[in-house]
Design a protein around this ligand. Structure first.
Ligand code: MD3
Ligand code: FE
Length: 209
């Protein structure tokens, strides 16, 4: 396996998955899923999204960015549930909290093309991914586009930690296998990605971020 990539199949047991889905219902009630569009072209993503935490990732005709507010409501994103912070602390091997949790919802034929995650300032922090619901065919390549890729099935409860060299690898979701999980009442798949966005700052011996 690639340097810095940690694959933790079944990290969340079924009870923990149910508990997390309940928290996500609260999140989506406060910050409804939105449909991002591609910069310049305005072409819609097939994945719908929302965010948790001080910052959230959005994409519109003007570009990709992190911002503190929901793009349609203008309200701050919901706070991190304790269970998500606990998971970050158990798996990230990183001394500072995440600032964003992007919630991706895949319904039907939704997919995500090969891309790199490079809108963050701090590539020293890993990205932590949690899969819930139907199984996805995940594809990961190297740090340059057009190289060899490998594919991996991501099942409900699986966690991936992308640190080290894997942090800047190309990756995407080819498709979701409908009917492979009963976790979500309406089917489909949710993926959470926990991200550190800004570089941590220190003043004296007091850690401020
Ligand atoms: C490898 N999400 O939100 S998670 C994304 O399943 C994203 O929704 C996919 O790619 C999803 O940006 C894949 C696994 C993942 C996430 C981030 C990575 C793999 C990664 C960053 C670097 C390398
Ligand atoms: Fe990504």
């Amino acid at each position: 396996m690639m340097d810095g990539l940690k694959y933790l199949p079944g990290f969340l047991n079924p009870k923990a998955q149910e508990e997390l889905v309940a928290r996500l219902h609260d999140v989506v009630s406060a910050a409804p899923l939105f449909t991002p569009v591609m910069p310049r072209t305005g072409k819609a993503f097939s994945v719908r999204m929302t965010n948790i935490g001080p910052l959230g990732w959005v994409s519109d005709r003007t570009g990709y960015r992190y911002q503190a507010n929901h793009p349609e409501l203008g309200t701050p994103w919901p706070e991190f549930p304790e269970s998500i912070m606990d998971l970050w602390n158990r798996v990230s091997d990183y001394a500072h909290p995440p600032e964003a949790c992007l919630v991706n919802y895949y319904k039907g034929s939704a997919k995500m093309g090969l891309h790199q995650d490079r809108d963050e300032e701090d590539f020293a922090a890993p990205v932590v991914s949690i899969s819930l619901g139907d199984t996805a065919i995940f594809r990961i390549g190297g740090v340059t586009r057009g190289g060899k890729t490998q594919s991996l099935k991501l099942e409900s409860g699986d966690v991936l930690v992308m640190g080290g060299a894997s942090r800047l690898c190309f990756h995407g979701i080819d498709r979701v296998l409908s009917g492979t999980s009963t976790l979500l009442k309406d089917g489909g798949r949710i993926n959470l990605t926990l991200r550190r966005v800004t570089k941590p700052s220190f003043i004296g011996m007091t850690q401020l971020g």
